[in-house]
Design a protein around this ligand. Structure first.
Ligand SMILES: [Zn+2]
Length: 458
């Protein structure tokens, strides 16, 4: 059983080793903004590549697209984001602090204000005599909705006619391309359209490092099926996503699937499940949401665009708006879950400790580190590095003792360290040291690529 570590310890490690940097650090940072570093950019890329492989390439049903971030604002009217995608905010009239009303109520009283109207929240704030979390006074404006979409302008005129929004989710770009994909892909229902891309939400209460940020990347699949088959497909995708998470080698005791009860569901949804992870900062945090969205989205876009988004079944000649099942996950959430789960501080003996990131080799930023035992061996070792680099991302390290080089690589999750020593010239073998077991094996150089590639399979 793995030891649990504090969130602070894990975050400190991710920042100090090059996974995540504070955004705009030299300017004092920017609220809620993070940059992915030398190793973090690799981990993110590897996560996205695996998702694309499992959800698009390997699936017989799905295709991918890459739609624009800024789309016609009418699409946000149709999706309900212009009218309803908001949090109720209150301002403190004394100190000018601004707070999300539901969070302030929850923190002060433990009462949930989820789904309450702004008027009901005002009443709760009055009845419980809630004080400002900053200045401690009780003098608030009325609660009012604050839209979470980032607003900007297209063209040179900054007026309401040129107002556009940064997308708060990638899926609407999929729905509005439904007919285009049908026309150009030869897919028939059931089929899915996936995409990976940035989304933006002007979150008022961000937090927990990269768990909730204003700018993030989503990997979404919209899976279209015949009405009546939707609940079967919903179960299919819940299992598919859960298996994906398990294949990432996440400890199962830290995972659960939570089905939303009826009153939690959006009015158009027939079922929603979250895959949750036991993050160190909370009991359970949502990682992946899988929702049966019925025909809501295509119907809305059909109505607002005036375009027919019915599907004509070529076998039965039936016309219908397909139902849609949506598995939606944030790259940063998976990233954080993977890192929390992989992190371990191991006491090897009384004076020796190591930090090791048990990343699945397919996720590891660096697959192998080539370490010549002595600088005198740098020429053949560099040759070996060049050869391996054609296949996967490697590093070359000849500084410090071998033990130190192993520790550096353990801490960033490199699964293999390859030592080129004085015998290598004669026996054409190298020593491969395994990150997790720390075991060393003598492997012929001619078999090395295949040896490593076999362990990178997801
Ligand atoms: Zn105040």
């Amino acid at each position: 059983m793995k030891e649990k570590y504090t969130f602070d310890e894990i975050v400190t490690h991710l920042k100090s080793s090059g996974f995540v940097y504070q955004g705009s650090e030299i300017y004092g940072g920017l609220s809620n903004s993070w940059d992915f570093g030398v190793l973090g950019s690799w981990l993110k890329k590897n996560i996205k590549d695996l998702w694309w492989k499992e959800f698009i390439e390997k699936s017989p049903y799905n295709v991918g697209i890459d739609s624009a971030i800024i789309i016609n604002p009418k699409a946000w009217e149709a999706s309900g984001h212009l009218a309803g995608f908001s949090d109720a905010m209150v301002d403190c009239k004394e100190c000018k602090g601004r707070f999300r009303a539901d969070n302030m109520i929850q923190d002060a009283t433990g009462l949930s204000a989820e789904g309450k109207t702004p008027e009901e929240m005002d009443q709760m704030i009055e009845e419980n005599n809630i004080k400002c979390p900053v200045c401690g006074k009780h003098n608030f404006t009325k609660a009012r909705p604050f839209n979470l979409m980032f607003k900007t302008f297209i063209g040179t005129l900054e007026d309401s006619k040129s107002t556009v929004y940064l997308r708060p989710e990638t899926c609407q770009g999929i729905f509005i391309n439904f007919n285009n994909v049908l026309r150009t892909s030869r897919k028939k229902v059931p089929f899915g359209i996936g995409q990976i891309g940035k989304s933006f939400r002007n979150e008022i209460t961000p937090g927990n490092f990269i768990f909730r940020t204003g700018e993030f990347e989503q990997m979404e699949l919209e899976f279209f099926c015949k009405p009546g088959t939707d609940l079967d497909w919903y179960k299919y995708w819940v299992d598919y996503c859960f298996n994906f998470v398990k294949k990432l080698e996440i400890n199962e005791e830290n995972l659960r699937v939570r089905e939303h009860d009826k009153k939690e569901l959006a009015f158009y949804s027939k079922g929603t499940s979250d895959i949750e992870y036991a993050f160190p900062f909370t009991d359970w945090g949502e990682v992946w949401g899988i929702a049966d969205r019925t025909d809501y989205d295509l119907k809305q876009h059909s109505e607002y665009s005036g375009k027919d988004l019915n599907y004509l079944d070529p076998e039965t000649n039936e016309r219908y708006i397909p139902y849609c099942v949506e598995p939606s996950v944030g790259v940063e959430r998976l990233f954080l879950m993977i890192c929390c789960d992989a992190y371990e501080r191991q006491q090897l003996d009384e004076n020796d400790e190591r930090i090791v990131m048990h990343l699945h080799p397919a996720l590891a930023p660096i697959k192998a580190c080539v370490c010549p035992l002595s600088k005198k061996l740098s020429e053949p070792a560099t040759e070996l590095f060049n050869e391996l680099s054609k296949e996967f991302y490697c590093e070359y390290d000849e500084s410090g003792s071998i033990g130190k080089r192993y520790r550096r690589n353990d801490a960033i999750g490199t699964p293999f360290c390859i030592t080129y020593d004085f015998d290598s010239e004669n026996d054409n073998c190298v020593t491969v040291r395994d990150r997790d077991s720390m075991e060393q094996s003598r492997i012929p150089i001619s078999e090395l690529k295949d040896y490593i590639k076999a362990r990178l399979i997801f």
